[in-house]
Design a protein around this ligand. Structure first.
Ligand SMILES: *[C@@H]1O[C@H](CO)[C@@H](O)[C@H](O)[C@H]1NC(C)=O
Ligand SMILES: *[C@@H]1O[C@H](CO)[C@@H](O)[C@H](O)[C@H]1NC(C)=O
Ligand SMILES: *[C@@H]1O[C@H](CO)[C@@H](O)[C@H](O)[C@H]1NC(C)=O
Ligand SMILES: *[C@@H]1O[C@H](CO)[C@@H](O)[C@H](O)[C@H]1NC(C)=O
Ligand SMILES: *[C@@H]1O[C@H](CO)[C@@H](O)[C@H](O)[C@H]1NC(C)=O
Length: 402
């Protein structure tokens, strides 16, 4: 004690306690600071060490990007080869090798899976070249798209097997690039052919197709037959019935095309909302506009619009209304008036297709029979004609098609 007192020259001994505190507290504080600093340094070192170790682990996890890409590409190629090797044996029968493709491809349009071309192929029976529509899967397709494309080919193998539906001629699924060949329909899109009838009527007198009342009913009947086949045989709906999706041969046989919505239904049992949203409103049954359950009777409604298109030689439906104005009008029981060139019987058929309640619309066998009956009494000499000219931009506006 005295020693301590002696250390501090100025302090009195009765202040010993205080003096002790003054010394001990800094010592403790100093000591704990040192400990703290040591702990901090130790921790930092440990973290640094961990940090130093960490990249090693990361590097093992993540190979360098170039290496990884190469591996991915290789495993993708492997995946593709495995997918194609494991495909259904039923594909083999349809295989058409690239050697059988003759001449140049002629670009037509872009499609869902890639570009669409007109092509010539050597036929199976060796009888020479036939024209075909060539639809290939685009080059950068991933494994998922390849699988979907194989489904798409299979859908054509099963479903495109009726006189009123574009036929599958063959495909290539053995190796990339994948493609299908579909029947080439000489007259092209029915809507354009109908328009040409107007133009020729108005201008040159040079007739491309001779469309009489009788042939009009025949066209409608063929379409109804195709739809009957889709619903009864395959339980799918077409989803986009319109003159723009019907192809016509010069001999006036017609084929249903534009089957991508039908493919969705085939695969998933329902319409994909993305693709369904692209169908112009003026062709849609009310239950489709308000997203109620859809049946084949939704196609029946569109078929009524299609009848209107044929008899008016491709006029836009509801020309005086905007697409979004239609639904409330239909709800209040408004329907398109009878086109001037339509017979009463045909207009009756349209109105049956436009029944608000789906189950009150006729079924396909009904429609086929009725069209057959109309056909047997129809004029087969006088050509259908419509005086008005048609402007493409006005059409697009009025039809709500873009
Ligand atoms: C790809 O397949 C080859 C043999 O076919 C094999 O050697 C290679 O390891 C495979 N690559 C990957 C990434 O699976
Ligand atoms: C390919 O063309 C040849 C004629 O050069 C023909 O004999 C063969 O049947 C064709 N193959 C297919 C799958 O169409
Ligand atoms: C259409 O009919 C006219 C006669 O009215 C005929 O000269 C022409 O060849 C026919 N065209 C076709 C494609 O049948
Ligand atoms: C189609 O409707 C008629 C009545 O309009 C009915 O007699 C017939 O059985 C129906 N056919 C099918 C396949 O549902
Ligand atoms: C269609 O209507 C036009 C008038 O727009 C008329 O000249 C023509 O004869 C009609 N055609 C038929 C087949 O009814």
């Amino acid at each position: 004690m005295s020693l301590q007192c002696n250390f501090s020259t100025s302090n009195r001994c009765n202040a010993n306690g205080i003096n002790n505190g003054v010394i001990i507290i800094p010592v403790i504080l100093g000591f704990s600071s040192v400990v703290l600093i040591i702990i901090v340094i130790w921790k930092t070192c440990k973290m640094k060490k961990e940090k130093e170790r960490a990249p090693v682990i990361l590097l093992q996890d993540k190979p360098n990007p170039a290496k990884r890409l190469e591996n991915e590409y290789e495993s993708m190629t492997n995946a593709t080869e495995q997918i194609l090797a494991a495909r259904d044996p039923s594909f083999k029968r349809w295989e058409i090798p690239p050697e059988n493709l003759t001449g140049n491809l002629e670009y037509m349009q872009s499609g869902t899976y890639g570009p669409i071309y007109k092509a010539n192929i050597l036929s199976t029976d060796g009888s020479g070249e036939v024209k075909a529509v060539f639809k290939s899967l685009h080059d950068n397709a991933n494994a998922k798209e390849i699988l979907e494309y194989l489904d798409f080919v299979k859908f054509h193998m099963k479903v495109c097997n009726h006189d009123s539906i574009v036929k599958l001629l063959g495909c290539r699924t053995e190796k990339l690039p994948l493609y299908i060949f579909l029947e080439y329909v000489s007259g092209g899109c029915l809507l354009h052919s109908l328009w040409q009838l107007r133009e020729t009527a108005a201008e040159s007198g040079e007739v491309v197709l001779n469309l009489t009342e009788k042939s009009m009913y025949s066209i409608a009947k063929q379409v109804a037959c195709g739809l009957d086949y889709l619903t009864t045989k395959h339980k799918v709906i077409h989803g986009d019935i319109a003159a723009r999706n019907i192809l016509i041969h010069e001999d006036l046989t017609v084929k249903l095309a534009g089957l991508s919505l039908a493919f969705d239904v085939y695969k998933t049992g329902t319409l994909s909302s993305h693709r369904a949203a692209q169908v112009p409103i003026k062709w849609l049954a009310p239950e489709r506009v308000i997203k109620r359950p859809i049946t084949e009777k939704s196609d029946t409604w569109s078929f009524g619009i299609f009848l209107y298109e044929v008899v008016t030689l491709g006029a836009p439906p509801y020309p005086e209304f905007q697409p979004l104005e239609i639904f409330p009008k239909l709800q209040r029981n408004y329907r398109m008036p009878k086109p001037s060139n339509s017979s009463n019987a045909l207009y009756d058929l349209m109105k049956q297709c436009w029944q608000w309640k789906p189950y009150e619309r006729p079924n396909w066998s009904d429609l086929t029979n009725k069209l057959e009956a109309l056909m047997s009494n129809a004029d087969e000499i006088k050509l259908l004609q419509v005086a008005d000219e048609l402007d493409l931009n006005q059409y697009k506006q009025a039809a709500g098609v873009f």
